[in-house]
Design a binder for this molecule. Structure first.
Ligand code: ACO
Ligand code: PYR
Length: 536
């Protein structure tokens, strides 16, 4: 144990860094056991490359022989499609079948065929599971461990062994759970991993059990599930008790409620414990790796994910913002840049002047004048009361700021708009819009047909502006979100519309509000075009 100053200046006791420490990623195996997640071979190859860039030591690629997809993944990796700079690809499988021999077990053979230097085996370590799930006796399970580990190490493989249900097994029969650890170590397993398979552990219970396993005299790993919401905390508690190998997944994917989020674990070890678990430049890729994995898995990123979530360093409250103007560290536990994230300032009805000033700086406006900032704050609060939301609608907020400080150089004025929708659907759609605008001295009226009123209005406005502002041809509406704000009202409720637009280079969001959804949509659309034509 070493004693080092905590960030607050008090002394805290933390374990000293191990000479050898493993970050072991199981996104491609246990992560893929998450409901709704399905990874193709190409997905797995892409995620493996990202994990290698991040700098994990081991990438568990799946269970070769268990399904054609995983077998094909290992074949692709072995054929040279996967070139790893930092990590070692690891094949996962179980101890041999009851009553058989490892040398003739087809799944053990498949582990060798995967051609990885490292193999991770799962073995039963809970006596009740041996009796009821394996349907054999305790001695045979130990023999399965010995036979499989010895066979694979004899074939030149490095073997890690996952003790399934270790913590529950230790509670039920500590002598047997520890015998599995010792048997694996004696047979040649390099690391014995203690698994909280059902995820029921709490941090306060970890130390005693991990220390008891440590007394066996083998390098220990930890594999935690998040069923009590404690996967990361349990992992750290196991590390405190001596584990030198941590298993986890990107974004905490995994069976049921998931596994320990390896990014959170790694960032805690590196930034809080001060252990050099990966080069600083690699940790600074954590946010982009997390986002890239989310894009590949099609699982929406969790904005509140520690360190790398979109909201991890987002500040909404006025009091926070005013202190952040003095020093960002007054309201953040670490520098977001260290994990590749950014501080974000949110504008809402909880804002004070400081939020507005910091957001102004971000957008390139000098709002240091207290009166100007106070006026904009008041406008924002009133408009939020009316139903607007500027938190994500940066473009509408910028238009509001420009208007308040006299820098709104409107690129067009709308003289009139109208839209009709009918039950007659032609090839052009079911709606027809007319938009009349002036640009400088020129007045133009155009009709647009489309599917739904917004589509028709978009076409009409684009058509009216394209001669004077040809760049509108490149504007594309990518998302359209409608929220009913006063549900008690029914069909005359207030509606808020958010529209995301892109021109291929930039992406911006605008907001509109009205009792009429078409009116709210038109306002958001109008702002989207104004911002796209004004802002650089
Ligand atoms: C805790 C974990 O997450 S471990 C990882 C779990 N991952 C998976 O199960 C995904 C991949 N699994 C599979 O594709 C299949 O379950 C396979 C290919 C492994 C086995 O499929 P099947 O032969 O059809 O068997 P099934 O899945 O029904 O049952 C598992 C068998 O393995 C046995 N088994 C379970 N754990 C172990 C173990 N550690 N060592 C040896 N055998 C084991 C069971 O007793 C059962 O044996 P039985 O067929 O004689 O009853
Ligand atoms: C091995 C594993 O995934 C578990 O015990 O949870």
């Amino acid at each position: 144990m070493t004693t080092r100053p905590s960030e607050e200046g008090t002394m805290t006791t933390l374990p000293a860094a191990h000479d050898v420490f493993h970050l072991y990623d199981t996104t491609l195996r246990d992560g893929a056991q998450q409901e709704g997640l399905r990874l193709t071979v190409q997905d797995k190859l892409r995620i493996a490359r990202l994990l290698d860039e991040l700098g994990v030591g081991f990438i568990e690629g799946g269970w070769p022989g268990a399904n054609p997809n995983d077998t094909a993944f290992f074949a692709a990796a072995a054929s040279g499609e996967l070139k790893l700079e930092n990590a070692k690809l690891t094949a996962f499988g179980s101890t041999r079948r009851v009553g058989g021999r490892a040398s003739s077990d087809p799944l053990t053979r498949a582990l060798l065929d995967a051609q990885t230097e490292v193999i991770c085996l799962v073995a039963k370590s809970h006596d009740e599971h041996v009796h009821r799930a394996l349907k054999t006796d305790l001695a045979e399970n130990l023999a399965m461990v010995t036979d499989t580990v010895k066979f694979l190490t004899g074939e030149g493989r490095r073997v890690f062994l996952d003790c399934e249900h270790f913590f529950d097994g230790y509670r039920a029969n500590p002598g047997y759970a520890l015998a599995v650890v010792k048997t694996a170590a004696d047979a040649g397993a390099e690391v014995v991993v203690l698994c909280d398979t059902n995820g029921g552990m709490l941090p306060a219970w970890m130390g005693e059990v991990v220390s008891a396993a440590g007394a066996v005299g083998v390098d220990l790993g930890i594999h935690c599930h998040n069923d009590t919401g404690c996967a990361v905390a349990n992992t750290l508690a196991a590390v405190d008790a001596g584990a030198m190998h941590v298993q986890g997944t990107m974004n905490g994917h995994g069976e049921r409620t998931g596994n320990a989020d390896l990014i959170t674990v790694a960032a805690n070890l590196q930034l809080k414990y001060g252990w050099p678990v990966m080069p600083a430049a690699n940790l600074a890729r954590a946010t982009s790796v997390s986002q890239a994995v989310a894009a590949i898995t099609h699982v929406a990123p969790n904005a509140r994910q520690p360190y790398v979530g979109q909201s991890a360093f987002a500040h909404k409250a006025g009091l926070h913002a005013s202190a952040i103007r003095v020093d960002a560290n007054l309201y953040q536990h670490t520098d977001p840049k260290l994990v590749g994230n950014d501080m974000r300032m949110l504008v809402s009805d909880m804002a004070g002047r400081a939020n507005i000033q910091i957001k102004g700086d971000e957008l390139g406006f000098d709002l240091s004048d207290r009166d100007v900032a106070a006026r904009i704050t008041d406008v924002v609060k009133q408009r939020e009361m009316d139903g607007y939301s500027y938190e994500s609608a940066d473009a509408s907020f910028e238009l509001l700021v420009r208007d308040e400080i006299g820098q709104l150089d409107k690129q067009f004025e709308v003289l009139k708009w109208r839209v009709l929708t009918s039950d007659e659907v032609s090839d052009e759609g079911d709606s027809e819009a007319t938009v009349k605008v002036t640009v400088g001295e020129q007045t133009t009226a155009r009709v647009g047909e489309g599917f739904g009123p917004l589509n028709a209005l978009d076409k009409a406005l684009r058509s009216a502006l394209k001669k004077s502002h040809p760049q509108v041809e490149g504007f594309e509406l990518t998302d359209y979100r409608v929220r009913i704000l006063e549900s008690a009202h029914g069909t005359d409720a207030i509606t808020r519309v958010l529209i995301d637009t892109t021109d291929g280079r930039r992406r911006w969001t605008t907001v509109g509000v009205g009792t009429n959804v078409v009116e709210a949509s038109w306002e958001a659309l109008h702002d989207a075009y104004q911002w796209g034509l004004i802002a650089r």
